[in-house]
Design a protein around this ligand. Structure first.
Ligand SMILES: [Zn+2]
Length: 382
């Protein structure tokens, strides 16, 4: 997911909070254009309300050197200073007053916190899950070389390469991009001496347009499905329609009943659902297609693997969100009003309140749904 969360108009006040710049409380900032910032250092992503580092799926969330973050303008300011340090707004949220920020790299920290080391978990005989600083990918080791998923950023890609080299001397033969978002496919150039790059056809031009030598343009693309063979391994790549992006694929490894699926089935988290690239009605259909597939475990792009039933739960979440929003409208609550948000929150809390990021993301999802309806029209949620 791009760390792109635009602020919700009904943002509640955040006064009395240590990291908040003056004069920011209780007004209604409009969504603003974002500016891309390339990090030249590694910094934890903080919750502005508490100053505490955030996690995704239980893994500490970092903006790493080389990552591109989208720094949003808020109250006319893309960044602010506090205690002599500069911060970027990288996401905004209403609800319990949550905004994500990251410290600017322009001022060296006295003691920069070291990024935690990656974790590498062997989840099947030949399948490894690699996670660091909020991001996750996987690799499959065959007798003829390695198939790897997303490189997940320049710094992480170098660690990923080292992790693979500790498991096998064989080269990486294929890199499979999950979708076109830069934060997932930057860094893939570390494998360029030996690898062929594979992606959905819709990802190719968008990656090419970035003209980033660290993100090689896909050599092989497909529209609906494709089988990638290496040694005895067979990876079934398929396109299930638009959802979080128009280039998201499912990389299913039937022999081990696992699938690499990034950003459109978050494990344990509320989804992002706030971007111009989100296609929520089609997202629901794409989830049904995943539900019909025969496998057990999802390896996500953030956090830890989880059972396939998350495809069903994310579908139900979107459907329940539409229902709760339309119920609130029928009850006479004004669209996008704090009262409406409170009503939606109350309706969804019993089933979804325990999900990670329920507080921060629900308001974004409500706003994103209105933007989606405005763009694409309403759709039956059932
Ligand atoms: Zn994404």
């Amino acid at each position: 997911m791009k760390r792109v969360l635009v602020l919700l108009a009904a943002l509640l006040g955040i006064s009395g909070v240590a990291l908040v710049p003056e004069g920011t409380a209780r007004s209604a900032p409009a969504a603003q254009a974002a500016e891309a910032v390339t990090m030249t250092c590694s910094r934890p992503v903080l919750d502005v309300a508490t100053g505490q580092p955030l996690s995704i799926g239980g893994i500490p969330w970092y903006a790493e050197a080389g990552d591109t973050i989208m720094s949003h303008e808020w109250q006319g300011r893309p960044r602010f200073e506090y205690a002599g340090r500069r911060y970027h707004y990288i996401g905004g949220v209403a609800g319990p007053n949550r905004i994500f920020i990251v410290e600017d790299c322009t001022q060296p920290q006295a003691t920069p916190p070291p990024a935690p080391p990656p974790t590498v978990t062997r989840i099947a005989e030949d399948v490894y899950v690699f996670s660091q600083t909020g991001y996750t990918t996987m690799f499959i080791v065959t007798e003829e070389g390695v198939i790897v998923g997303d490189p997940i950023g320049n710094a992480r890609a170098r660690l990923l390469k080292e992790a693979i080299e500790r498991v096998t001397p064989l080269p990486v033969k294929y890199v499979v991009y999950s979708h076109h978002d830069a934060d997932h496919n930057t860094g893939a150039a570390v494998f360029k001496d030996t690898a062929t790059y594979v992606a959905h056809v819709n990802a190719k031009d968008k990656i090419a347009a970035r003209n980033d030598p660290n993100s090689p343009v896909p050599d092989i693309t497909f529209e609906d499905r494709m089988t990638l063979r290496l040694g005895r391994a067979r990876l079934e790549l398929s396109y299930v329609g638009r959802n979080h992006s128009d280039s998201s694929i499912v990389a299913l490894y039937p022999a081990r009943r696992v699938a690499f699926i990034v950003d459109f089935i978050p494990i344990g988290d509320l989804p992002f659902g706030t971007r111009n690239e989100d296609y929520i009605a089609e997202w629901i259909e794409s989830l049904r297609r995943v539900e019909a597939m025969d496998f057990d475990t999802i390896i996500p792009g953030h956090g830890n693997p989880g059972p396939k039933v998350w495809a069903t739960w994310i579908r139900e979440y979107f459907q329940d969100l539409v229902t709760a929003m339309e119920d609130a409208e029928r009850a006479g609550l004004a669209q996008r009003s704090p009262q409406m948000l409170a009503s939606v929150r109350a309706a969804l809390y019993p089933k979804y309140g325990s999900w990670n990021l329920f507080g921060p993301r629900l308001a974004d999802n409500v706003r994103g749904m209105y933007e989606y309806w405005g763009r694409m029209g309403r759709f039956p949620a059932r």
